[in-house]
Ligand binder design. Sequence first.
Ligand SMILES: Cc1cc2nc3c(=O)[nH]c(=O)nc-3n(C[C@H](O)[C@H](O)[C@H](O)COP(=O)(O)OP(=O)(O)OC[C@H]3O[C@@H](n4cnc5c(N)ncnc54)[C@H](O)[C@@H]3O)c2cc1C
Length: 333
Amino acid sequence: MSNSKSNSILVFIEINQNNHDIKDVSKQILSNVSILGADVIIIGDDLSDENREKLKNLGADNIYTVNSNIFPGSNYSPDGFARVVSEIIKGNDYKFVFSGVTSKSKDFFPILSATFNSAMISDVTKVDIDGSSNISFVRPLFAGKCLANVIPVDNGPRPYFITVRPNSLTINPTPKIGRGIVTNKSPTLSANEIRSKVFELVKGASDRLDLTEAKIIISGGRGMKNADNFKLLHEMANILGASVGASRAAVDSGFAPHSMQVGQTGKTVSPELYIACGISGAIQHLAGMRTSKYIVAINTDTNAPIFTKADYGIVGDLFQVVPILTEILKENI
Ligand SMILES: Cc1cc2nc3c(=O)[nH]c(=O)nc-3n(C[C@H](O)[C@H](O)[C@H](O)COP(=O)(O)OP(=O)(O)OC[C@H]3O[C@@H](n4cnc5c(N)ncnc54)[C@H](O)[C@@H]3O)c2cc1C
């Protein structure tokens, strides 16, 4: 039956609630690390045949699915999830347990790391696997001011818990094909053993793809002047299939909800294209978006710091530039 003991990696997989597909970050991780032998765990999300096949084709050998009915209200509980994942870990000999940087992993991976008294390497932006199967990581420090190379030692407590920033890895187009053996696990804990319960999940203000998953993000700052003007960004986002973000100044001014905030105290994003409209480019904002593949800035101030990070800069009034761009995109997409 399952032969999970030979694998050194477990990946926590999440499913996108709006399209029921596997989250991109889960695919990005699995397709890159499965060369070393990987199992996966999915908690609470029903595994469709299509997603099972995808996981297999991304390299998953054992696919552990765990029913989450015991987690009331939201199908989620931080200590409940930690307990369920630790039961899988204890039955195996994993060296690394991976997840994307998501709301759930930010919440329960530190509990796992404390449970096993082992290291957590968070917000990784690069995973290197050399010819001898040695693995190392790169992670930004001090709001992205410097990058740390992290080389795990072999004799440390196992496993290491690694979270990877969405979109910082690309999906490996030719991953190893796994065995895709599904094992349904029942949690051994009962509902009254769970200490923290999430009773309700409040849906975000936007129906668009979560910022951390989005390939294109158009963000507005204080230069947007008011909440109503954000409709200019939403109009352009509709054409590009983009998500809309905001700076903290825009959020603090009530132009946008906190769920849209990008930066040190908001979300960390790494889209292929980030368009900053009326955002000065403070270090705390850059911390959340500087790893975007292409950055476009629209700002009236030639000296705005955002231009030092932008691949393309437009010096101009966003209220003139954005509608022109939207018209051009409408005609060409
Ligand atoms: C501990 C801490 C945590 C923080 N966390 C975050 C965070 O997570 N995210 C974040 O964003 N910030 C964060 N900040 C705040 C950060 O320091 C900045 O204050 C904030 O990013 C500024 O937002 P802004 O660029 O929208 O506003 P401003 O700095 O006021 O810039 C507005 C820009 O709009 C331009 N502009 C004005 N009108 C127009 C126009 N018509 N057309 C084009 N351009 C125009 C201006 O030239 C200016 O460059 C944090 C600060 C602290 C201290």
